[in-house]
Design a protein around this ligand. Structure first.
Ligand SMILES: *Cc1c(COP(=O)(O)O)cnc(C)c1O
Length: 387
């Protein structure tokens, strides 16, 4: 039997950590209760588990446990934040600001709002992927109600200056939303220090289960109003109806708890592996690092290889390493990555790019094999072209 390729696509998803699975299992069977059942022990037990995850998440981002709304993931959290704020504040203004490198789960809700008559300014980024703060400040108008800037990018790993953005937003009394799907439990987050009003989270990028996430919603200074997008049984303070899913919620909590425990040590290890890969790749000519060198997630490396065909490169690597050229959500699209073109990369270079997402279960031996295979594949594709 052929061996499975080395998994290096941790920005798309990650395997569930064994310790997370173990914590989840009882909640499928003996502890199956509905957390909203207030009249018996089955409900109380499930509610206690949900409460524990709320407390873990609250600790992770420095908010109150009552400021978290469980959702099916970051896509839903982004939709709830963006559409929910637009609907609650449209009498105050209809101008919204976001950034060209956002995930489609932010960009597409904004496109939808445009179709309803909102005006959306999409700010460019600098060559290194960072937002220009002066430009952000100049773009804010009296009718601006919301700014969305992601915490860490899912393609190039670039970490935006959240505290500076939050300070600008609050000085102008505009709400600040951040998609932290790639950042939670990987880099320090603090909604007070960073003056964040809404934050989208998900479990499956941090060794938790798929299908669970949360939206942080600030309740004081200021108290953020939001319009529900799912109506029904009134769960989650009427903001997000639907029976809570304790196994996923417990897994999410455990994943965040483990991520927090290991954060510093693991960041150092991943950065070591990332640098090891980058050093080895640099024996190739004409390669370009995408995104800021140090202001990025420790496990991320994104590189463009001039003079090779992107799909031939991925095909050549497929038996050895599982990765992608950009976001998993757009990897079937025939257009080049909107994130790389936003950095000013040509279409050809954007196509010929690899996103290496290194994670908890990768080893130095794997990194060496990936580096060697990538080098050989790029070289042979370049040679084939010159023949
Ligand atoms: C993965 C991801 C999402 C989507 O999250 P889901 O939980 O899969 O819906 C949104 N934003 C970013 C930045 C992501 O990386």
């Amino acid at each position: 039997m052929s061996q499975k390729p080395i998994y290096l696509d941790c920005h798309a998803t990650t395997p569930v950590d064994e310790r997370v699975l173990e914590a989840m299992l009882p909640y499928f069977t003996e502890r199956f209760g509905n957390p909203s059942s207030i009249n018996h022990a089955y409900g109380w037990e499930a509610e206690a588990a949900v409460k524990k995850t709320r407390e873990t998440l609250a600790k992770a981002i420095n908010c109150g446990p009552e400021e978290l709304i469980f959702t099916s993931g970051a896509t839903e959290a982004n939709n709830l934040a963006i559409k929910g704020v637009a609907e609650a504040y449209f009498t105050k203004g209809r101008h919204i600001i976001t950034v060209a490198t956002e995930h489609r789960a932010v960009i597409d809700p904004y496109r939808y709002l445009e179709s309803l008559g909102f005006e959306v300014t999409v700010l460019p980024v600098q060559e290194d992927g960072l937002l220009d703060l002066d430009q952000l400040e100049k773009t804010i108008r009296p009718d601006t109600i919301l700014v969305s800037v992601m915490a860490a990018n899912n393609e190039i790993g670039v970490i935006q200056p959240l505290a500076e953005i939050g300070e600008i937003c609050h000085r102008h009394e505009v709400l600040f939303h951040t998609d932290a799907a790639q950042a939670i439990a990987k880099i320090p987050l603090d909604v007070d220090a960073m003056q964040i009003d809404l934050m989208s989270l998900t479990g499956h990028k941090i060794y938790g289960p798929k299908g669970i996430g949360a939206l942080y919603l600030r309740r004081r200074n200021p108290r953020v109003k939001i319009a529900a997008q799912l109506h029904g049984g009134g769960q989650e303070r009427d903001i997000r109806s639907g029976t809570l899913y304790p196994p996923q919620i417990v897994g999410f909590g455990k994943a965040v708890e483990l991520g927090l425990e290991m954060m510093e040590e693991e960041a150092e290890r991943l950065q070591g592996l990332r640098n090891r890969l980058w050093e080895q790749l640099q024996s190739l000519d004409d390669i370009y690092l995408n995104g800021h060198l140090s202001q990025r997630l420790p496990g991320n490396l994104n590189v463009s290889f001039a003079g090779v065909d992107g799909s031939a490169l991925l095909l050549g690597l497929q038996p050895t390493v599982a990765l992608s050229s950009g976001s998993a959500c757009s990897s079937t699209a025939t257009t080049p990555s909107h994130v790389l073109t936003a950095l000013g990369r040509s279409e050809a270079l954007a196509y010929a790019s690899l996103r290496f997402g290194i994670g908890r279960f990768n080893t130095a031996e794997e990194i060496d094999r990936v580096a060697e295979t990538t080098r050989q594949t790029v070289q042979s594709l370049r040679q084939a072209k010159t023949i």
